[in-house]
Design a protein around this ligand. Structure first.
Ligand SMILES: NC(=O)c1ccc[n+]([C@@H]2O[C@H](COP(=O)([O-])OP(=O)(O)OC[C@H]3O[C@@H](n4cnc5c(N)ncnc54)[C@H](OP(=O)(O)O)[C@@H]3O)[C@@H](O)[C@H]2O)c1
Length: 347
């Protein structure tokens, strides 16, 4: 009989109650694959977008989703030479390409897997793979952000933004970021040089004031909406826009011509090279993941609710999942919300 493991399974598309903790078979290991004991995973907006049904054509149900893993190798395929049993690794599973990370074990193609940074816990390492790989691809591979340039990073207090600020500073750029006023001291502590309150200020005016009308070299779009249309208004000549957000509405890019602007659209690709580059930055103390909350695997629904409504709960950084244990650390506002929910359920 096949061994089984616990997994949070998405049985239907819907609300945060759509997950169910089930016993499922442990997957087999192919010749160029490794089987990993998952110590930690993390939650990304892609996860709740999948859960609520934004990607029905890409995710057959029932599904194990999840896009970050840190853990320890328990079995290697016959053609794996670069890792062995007992090695600590971290990676993003292939997106839309099989089982995800919400499970006690995971089998991955070895080419996706990187050595876990030694100075990070599994929770911290799991919180870095998808957002870190995305930021690396956006800044280094695509926008080619350079020393001395200025970048506008939207959403600096979020999962992507907290890493983006640190990587941009490691590259040697000047960072302007948007965040709620309550988060300004926090984003500055990560290295941001300037912070704009997106709830009360127009970032086009604010960037013009901060840069004395010169504009920025790169805009990093993590928010969508009309950012593609408005970015030329904050760009210097030959500026670049890198966007992570797929927007269904047509965008008017007429102002981009006057700026000689270029646009890059990133849907993150998984590979070991990006993880190794990030490991270098982490082990030199230049980048550190920010854990905004930690929950056990069985509370995945709560983890989704927290990330989906992060602003309401003053969430900063990532929501991590302790797969191998029961760690629980929550923003105070979310804890209050859970306690009041429990009280309502009891009355
Ligand atoms: N294409 C890719 O490969 C890829 C990879 C990773 C992420 N993404 C996408 O990138 C986006 C961000 O991901 P994430 O993990 O950083 O999400 P997140 O952790 O939820 O962070 C989003 C941040 O943006 C802030 N924000 C909301 N509205 C804003 C506005 N109008 N201006 C400036 N900031 C605003 C939020 O602040 P409050 O919480 O205070 O409201 C929050 O801090 C998501 O849409 C995700 O799907 C795409």
């Amino acid at each position: 009989m096949k061994d089984t493991m616990k997994a949070m399974v998405l049985g239907r598309f819907g609300g945060t109650d759509a997950f169910e903790l089930r016993d499922v078979p442990v997957p087999d290991v192919g010749p160029r694959q490794v089987r990993v004991r998952v110590h930690a995973t993390a939650v990304n907006p892609l996860d709740y977008q999948i859960r609520r049904g934004d990607y029905v054509d890409y995710v057959p149900l029932p599904a194990i989703i999840g896009h970050d893993i840190s853990g320890v190798i328990e079995e290697v395929g016959s053609h794996v030479t670069e890792f062995g049993v007992g090695d600590a690794v971290y990676y993003t599973p292939r997106i839309f390409g099989g089982a995800g990370s919400y499970a006690e074990q995971h089998v991955a193609d070895v080419d996706l897997v990187g050595r876990k940074p030694e100075n990070l816990s599994h929770l911290e390492a799991a919180s870095l793979t998808l957002v870190g790989g995305t930021v690396w691809e956006a800044f280094v591979t695509r926008a080619q952000l350079a020393v001395g340039e200025t970048i506008l990073i939207h959403g600096g207090a979020g999962g992507v933004g907290t890493i983006a600020i640190q990587v941009a500073k490691a590259i040697g750029a000047r960072v302007i970021t948007t965040a709620r006023a309550d988060d300004h001291a926090f984003v500055r502590s990560l290295g941001a040089d300037e912070a704009i309150d997106f709830t009360s200020e127009d970032y086009v005016d604010a960037v013009s004031t901060i840069t004395r009308g010169r504009g920025v070299n790169v805009v990093f779009d993590t928010i969508g909406g009309d950012t593609l249309t408005r970015s030329p208004l904050v760009l210097a000549d030959a500026g670049r826009v890198v966007s992570l957000v797929d927007i269904a509405q047509p965008q008017n890019l007429i102002d981009a011509w006057g700026r000689n602007a270029s646009y890059h659209f990133v849907f993150t690709r998984q590979n070991r090279g990006k993880l190794d580059a990030l490991t270098g930055l982490v082990e030199r103390g230049l980048v550190k993941p920010v854990l905004g909350a930690t929950l056990p695997l069985a509370r995945m629904g709560d983890a989704h609710e927290l990330l989906e409504n992060g602003g309401a709960y003053a969430l900063r950084g990532k929501v991590a999942i302790d797969v191998a244990g029961q760690a629980l650390a929550l923003p105070a506002r979310f804890q209050e919300r859970l306690l009041s929910g429990d009280a309502a359920a009891r009355s």
